[in-house]
Structures are given as structure tokens and as C-alpha cells.
Design a protein around this ligand. Structure first.
Ligand SMILES: C[S@@+](CC[C@H](N)C(=O)[O-])C[C@H]1O[C@@H](n2cnc3c(N)ncnc32)[C@H](O)[C@@H]1O
Length: 330
């Protein structure tokens, strides 16, 4: 019962996140069903049923008949910055969608690719923010502290490229930290690139960060690049790894580096049993639907060596993730 209710509880939170219901109750401090429906542009009939469910699962409390305010738990899911629980709600609903697709596709072996992520219209806009709030703090607190290749880029007023950039959070965080850095991001989904452009402009980086829709397998710019990042993107294009590593090698300046951040798929199956890693095992099944699979850091290091880049491996998030850098010698 505990497990089943956990899943339902996250589904209810997701509806509150995707429709701005939790944020609206917070903004209004308290609201009736009709006030909440009006504030969010949603249907009062649906809002009433959602309020019942959100009340039952303790996201809302009732301060007088039919008037609700947020509980501490409800407030924790508002997507308003570091520490929000929103990614758990989005991940839960995305997982249910992917589980349904995997169940059907298992019969034929078909692997439809990236498009599966875009099949649910309310999920796609949350994909970028989910990753941003899950991994942004790790970039600031662990990756930038442990991985030395970033320091030089700022000193040189350098150019950083992010291939498969999602909503552009990585370049925005680098731009915040390194005031001389310029960035170019590319992603296959227009929704991601639109969000990236809008967020970069709203944070005052419109002149330093540019984003474009495109297939990273065809990425090309004339200007030599100081740093090329791929965050959770390499496993999406691993079947074209020779081309991808050629692109990395050909665009780097001498002394420049590619920085590849990926889940660290364990060497032994029994490591998947640990509570920190078991989610990765399910995610790898959903990656299979998209035509992908998770990688071991040594496989990435080997590809760097094959194109003449010097590999270094760093482990973060208690070993759940690996950052593999490949530096072009001066
Ligand atoms: C798991 S997401 C990671 C997004 C982002 N790097 C982040 O850390 O939030 C993988 C991203 O790679 C992008 N992608 C996958 N294959 C691609 C391709 N061939 N060309 C461009 N983008 C691609 C997807 O659109 C998706 O946004």
C-alpha cells in the first residue's frame, strides 16, 4: 500500500505542477476551487476533483469549508528553484508513460527513438526544468569543483558548446560563474531550444549564449572551441560515436577539452540493487525504447583515446554519475 500510494501521490503532485495549481495556491495564500480555476485558466470541475485528491494526500489543507491553502509538502513541489521536489513528480509520470510504451514495444522489438519523449504534451515542457533542478546543483557543487578543465575557459574569454543542451541550464550556470565565457547550445527538440533562448535572455545572457535546433551529428562552426559539453546526451548518439568523437576532436582548440557527463552504469549487476542506483536500471529500460543504453566510463575514455584526446574520469553523486574529460594536447 505504501508503494502504491507513493506513486499516486506523485501523480497528484504532477497535475498540480503541470497546471500551476500549487504555485497559484501559494501566490493567493488561500483559494476556493473557483478562484484557483480562474487563476490558472483551468476547468472548475477538474480543479474540484484535484483539490479533493490533493487534500487527501496532504498537499492542501482546508482552512474553512471549500477554501484551501498549501501544506509544507505541497509547497515543496512548487518548481521555484534548487531543492524543489518537482523533478520527482515529473519523473514519476514520465516513467509511467515509458513503462506503458516499453510494455507494448517489447512484443515487436521496435525502438521508436527520441520521439517517445514528446508523445505527452504536458510532459515535454517539464523535461528541461526537471533535469535542471536534478543536476544543476551537482554542476555547481561537485563538477565545477572537481573537474579542472573549466578554469582555463573563463580566463581565455573562451567559447563553450553544449551538444544536446536541453533547456540550456548548463551554459546558463557556466555563464553565471564565468563572466567571460560565451556559449552555443544545440538540441534536437524545438521546445528545449525555445526555453533555452527565453531563459538565457531573462537571466541577462542573451548576448553571450545562443541556442539552435539541430542534429548534433551535423554540428559545425568555424570558430575553434575551448570546451564542448555533452550532458546525458552521448548515450543518445552512441551508435554514431565515430562521427561524434570526430566532431569533438575537429572543433577543439589545442588545450581545449570535451566534457562528457553520463550516468555511471555499474560493472556488476549487483550494484544495481543499491537504493541509489536502482532507478538507473529502470531508466536504462526506457533508454532502450529510445534506441539507447547507458555507458561505462571506460568506454567513453577509450573513444577519446581513439581520436587523440587525453581522457580523465571523475566520479560524482556518490559514484552514480561519471564525468569523462578528453583534452587535446597543446
Ligand atoms: C537526457 S537529455 C539531456 C539534456 C541536457 N543536456 C541536460 O543535461 O539537461 C538528452 C538531450 O539530448 C538531445 N539529443 C539527443 N540526440 C540528439 C541529436 N542527435 N541532436 C541534438 N540533440 C539531441 C535531446 O533532445 C535531449 O534534450
Amino acid at each position: 500500500m505504501h508503494r502504491a500510494q507513493g506513486a499516486v501521490s506523485l501523480n497528484i503532485a504532477y497535475i498540480g505542477v503541470a497546471n500551476g495549481l500549487l504555485a497559484a495556491v501559494d501566490r493567493l495564500t488561500h483559494a476556493s476551487v473557483s478562484e484557483l480555476a480562474e487563476a490558472t485558466g483551468t476547468d472548475p470541475g477538474y480543479v474540484e476533483r484535484w483539490c479533493d485528491a490533493a487534500y487527501a494526500f496532504e498537499y492542501l489543507e482546508e482552512i474553512e469549508s471549500g477554501v484551501f491553502r498549501l501544506t509544507e509538502l505541497g509547497r515543496a513541489f512548487i518548481p521555484d528553484g534548487t531543492g524543489t521536489l518537482m523533478p520527482f513528480a515529473v519523473q514519476a509520470v514520465l516513467s509511467a508513460h515509458m513503462a506503458e510504451r516499453a510494455s507494448g514495444l517489447m512484443r515487436t522489438g521496435e525502438r521508436p527513438g527520441e520521439s517517445v519523449l514528446a508523445e505527452r504534451e504536458t510532459i515535454l515542457p517539464w523535461f528541461g526544468p526537471m533535469l535542471e533542478y536534478q543536476f544543476g546543483p551537482l554542476l555547481d557543487q561537485q563538477v565545477l569543483e572537481q573537474v579542472p578543465v573549466f578554469r582555463d575557459v573563463d580566463a581565455k574569454g573562451g567559447l563553450a558548446v553544449d551538444l544536446g543542451c536541453g533547456n540550456g541550464w548548463y551554459l546558463r550556470r557556466l555563464a553565471r560563474r564565468f563572466s567571460n565565457l560565451r556559449g552555443i547550445g544545440m538540441d534536437g527538440f524545438e521546445e528545449n531550444v525555445n526555453q533555452a533562448t527565453r531563459l538565457a535572455e531573462s537571466e541577462g545572457f542573451g548576448n553571450r549564449l545562443k541556442f539552435a535546433v539541430g542534429d548534433l551529428n551535423h554540428f559545425h562552426i568555424e570558430e575553434p572551441v575551448d570546451l564542448i559539453a555533452m550532458n546525458r546526451a552521448l548515450h543518445h548518439v552512441w551508435d554514431q560515436k565515430e562521427n561524434v568523437f570526430r566532431i569533438l576532436r575537429e572543433h577543439l582548440k589545442p588545450g581545449g577539452a570535451a566534457v562528457i557527463w553520463e550516468p555511471n552504469w555499474p560493472a556488476n549487476r549487483n550494484e544495481l540493487r543499491s537504493p541509489e542506483r536502482r532507478g538507473m536500471a529502470f531508466q536504462n529500460l526506457t533508454e532502450h525504447v529510445q534506441g539507447n543504453h547507458f555507458l561505462r566510463p571506460e568506454e567513453i575514455a577509450e573513444q577519446f583515446r581513439n581520436v587523440g584526446l587525453h581522457p580523465e574520469v571523475y566520479f560524482i553523486a556518490d559514484g552514480r554519475d561519471a564525468v569523462v574529460t578528453g583534452t587535446l594536447p597543446d
